[in-house]
Ligand binder design. Sequence first.
Ligand SMILES: CCCCCC/C=C\CCCCCCCC(=O)SCCNC(=O)CCNC(=O)[C@H](O)C(C)(C)COP(=O)(O)OP(=O)(O)OC[C@H]1O[C@@H](n2cnc3c(N)ncnc32)[C@H](O)[C@@H]1OP(=O)(O)O
Length: 427
Amino acid sequence: MGRDREDVTEFLGQVPLLQCLPGSSIRRIAEVVQVRSYEPGDYVAREGEPVDGLYIILDGQAEVSAPANTEEANRPDYVLNKYDYFGYGSNSSVHQVTVVALSKLTCFILPNQYAHLLQPKTIWNPEETPKHSLLEQILHLEPLEVDIFRGFTLPEAPTFRHVFGGQFIGQALAAASKTVDCLKMVHSLHAVFLVAGDIDIPIIYQVHRARDGSNFATRKVEAKQKGLVLFTLIASFQKEEVGFEHQAAIMPDVPPPEQLLNLEELRERRLTDDPRFPPQYRSLAANKKFTPWPIEIRLCEDSASQHKPSLNYWFRARGKLSDDQALHRCVVAYASDLLYSPVSRHPHLAKSLEIHVLSLNHSIWFHKPVNADEWLLYVIESPSAHGGRGFVTGRMFNRQGELIMSLTQEALIRREKPRGRNPRPKL
Ligand SMILES: CCCCCC/C=C\CCCCCCCC(=O)SCCNC(=O)CCNC(=O)[C@H](O)C(C)(C)COP(=O)(O)OP(=O)(O)OC[C@H]1O[C@@H](n2cnc3c(N)ncnc32)[C@H](O)[C@@H]1OP(=O)(O)O
């Protein structure tokens, strides 16, 4: 293996211990690791000697001997292979075991002085907790074990009686991304919503490594509560590649976001200025608990009241996000389900008719890198509603008119039926 920085980063990204670190931590570790080589029979570490760092096997095999004079002394020796590691995670400052090279052996060593790189504040940022962005907190997961993560529905997060579909998509994609080397980025995902999630129970994300190729990797994720699978995602990741280029899609001509009001300002204006709302309704609405979404949305038109099966709006994440392309893709995936399938009910909206909308499935294709804290134009159309299912397609453009993503979704759309006072998700 040639040892340029990118090769080292790619190798470290395959080591399960390191995969849930922020991409920036893995790149930093790639800068500071040392390489050591051993001949067959050489001691790599001796029981009782000081631990000088984390050892990761790059090539070859080593044998670990159980410590003498302990209960484990009778345990058979075991063999370490490529991607295995030792010298980290024990509370002791001295080696508890002896490790001997079985073949020609090469290791990467992360010296003790860089051990802090293994303990980042969050899965997205080595230094800071994400005070600055609610979204980054929503998309933070606790790594429980290799390939298993726990996510939460934060009190400030948008919910729609049950777990918001975009939260499942964003968190599941975050879990999948944390098991793929950081040089590969998601380029497509397909999600299915099986059962509504309970906002009071943590969600367990279990990642299955379907395939790791040299350029592509595929992951399947299951989201569970109380052991029941609520949601599945299949995502494919690819290393950057130079290839053919064209863009036939043209960004529609819409007013820039600076000339438009956001949803909160529109609400405020309705409450104060709109003569169609009687005063008692206004004070009722004004007293209702209202939490702004972590995504700022500026509608380009009022296509709902015109009954048009389409909608264009600008959106961006509120607050500054950490500089991690994997995070930015999770954020737009999260945002893409917020104001999407309701477009399929536009032609059917009528006074005193409430329409129940529930996402059934969701697909995204990421064409180009994205900045989720800069304005993106979401262009949505609903070509069909039939049989209780509304279908929507979406395209996202950046301000330069580049097509960044294409999306599709099917949602259940039905006349809302009266419900009890406290409907609970059926787990
Ligand atoms: C100025 C502009 C402002 C714009 C403001 C816009 C405003 C709001 C925007 C909100 C956008 C919200 C978008 C949110 C999208 C989501 O987050 S949806 C959440 C993700 N999706 C899910 O959780 C779906 C999970 N899947 C399921 O629940 C099930 O698979 C299924 C319901 C799809 C199918 O299950 P099945 O048992 O086979 O179906 P049913 O028997 O038909 O229905 C079961 C329960 O569904 C509920 N339900 C069904 N129909 C209705 C209805 N007409 N009205 C109300 N509720 C309905 C209901 O709980 C059913 O259960 P019971 O009837 O209680 O048995």
